[in-house]
Write a protein that binds this ligand. Sequence first.
Ligand SMILES: NC(=O)c1ccc[n+]([C@@H]2O[C@H](COP(=O)([O-])OP(=O)(O)OC[C@H]3O[C@@H](n4cnc5c(N)ncnc54)[C@H](O)[C@@H]3O)[C@@H](O)[C@H]2O)c1
Length: 315
Amino acid sequence: MRPDGANCLIFGGGGFIGSHLADELLSLDCNVTIFDKLNFSRRNIEHITADVRIIEGDFNNQVDLENSLAGIDYVFHLVSSTLPANSNENPVYDAETNLLSSLNLFRECVERGVKKLVFLSSGGTVYGIPESVPITEDHPSRPVCSYGIIKKTIEDYLYLFNYLHSLNYVVFRLSNPYGERQNPFASQGAIPVFLNRIMKGEQITVWGDGSVVRDYIYIKDAVKALASSLSHETTHRIFNLSAGSGYSLNELLAVMKEVTGRNDMNVKYEPARNFDVPVSILDNSRIRKELKWKPETSLRDGLIATCNYLKSLND
Ligand SMILES: NC(=O)c1ccc[n+]([C@@H]2O[C@H](COP(=O)([O-])OP(=O)(O)OC[C@H]3O[C@@H](n4cnc5c(N)ncnc54)[C@H](O)[C@@H]3O)[C@@H](O)[C@H]2O)c1
C-alpha cells in the first residue's frame, strides 16, 4: 500500500536526516510539513520549499507543538537538542529538552488521533557497550551516555502510551548515517569531516589505531526505511536501521583514498578515547523481514555521492 496523500509532519525536517526524509515522502506523494526552529537555515530544503509546508517553532513550546498537529496523520520525531558526545555535560538539560517535550508531543498525538508516530532512536548508544555483535534488538540496553538513556526512555514511554492510549508507533535505532547535507564541521559523523579534510589536503585525526569498527548507512537508504513504516503494520515496534556490516576506520580511509584520488592523505593517530567501543554493528534481519527493506548503496557509491556534495559546498 502506498501512503499517497498522507499528511506527514517532520519535527526537525530542516536537518540532515529530516530533509532527506522530506524528499522521500514527497516522492511517495505525501503532503509534507516541516517543523523546525525559528529562522532555521533553508539550505537543506531549498530545492523543495515550494512543495512543502513549513512551520517555524520550538519543539519545547507546548503551544507550537499543539498548533502544528492539526490535520496531521503521521508524525516523525527527529529532534534532538544534544549529541552523544556532549549529553553527559548537562543531563538535566538533556531530559528537559528531549524527554519532557517528547511526552508533550505524545500526549498531543493521542488527543489528535495521529495514526502513527515514528521516532528516530540511536543504535549507537541505546545498547551501551556491546556484549556481542552483530547487536540484535534484544541485546541488553545499558547506555553509557545521557543521550542514549533519554532515547531509551522515550522508547519506553512510547510503549506506555501505546499500552495506555493505543498510540501507534515505531522506533528506528539508527546506526551511523552519512551522505549529502551532513555537516562536515559537526562533532558527529566521521565521514563528512574526514572526506572534507582529505579533499582539502588537511590533516585528519584518528583516535586509536584505526581498528574501531562502525556500521555506516547511506542516508537515502535510511530514509526509505523510515518512510516505509507508513505502509507497513509490523509485529515488532523497534527496529535496528543499519547496513548490518562494519568497516574499521582504516578500511574506511582506504575507500576514501580511492574515491577522492588523494594519495597524500595526512592521518594522525592519537591515543584511543575511553568512550569509543571497539566494534558496533547492528543486526538488521528484523527490519529486512518485516519492512521488506534492505540497504542498497555500497559504501563506495555513498562516499562518491558525499564527495560530490562536499565539492559543491566548496566551489
Ligand atoms: N546523525 C546521526 O548520526 C544520528 C544517528 C542516530 C540518530 N540520530 C537522530 O536523528 C535525529 C535527526 O538527526 P540529524 O543528524 O538530522 O540532526 P540535525 O541537527 O541535522 O537535524 C535536527 C533538526 O532539528 C531541529 N531542532 C533542534 N531543536 C529544535 C527545537 N527545539 N525546535 C525545532 N526544531 C529543532 C534543528 O534545527 C535541526 O534542523 C535526531 O533525533 C538524532 O538524535 C542521528
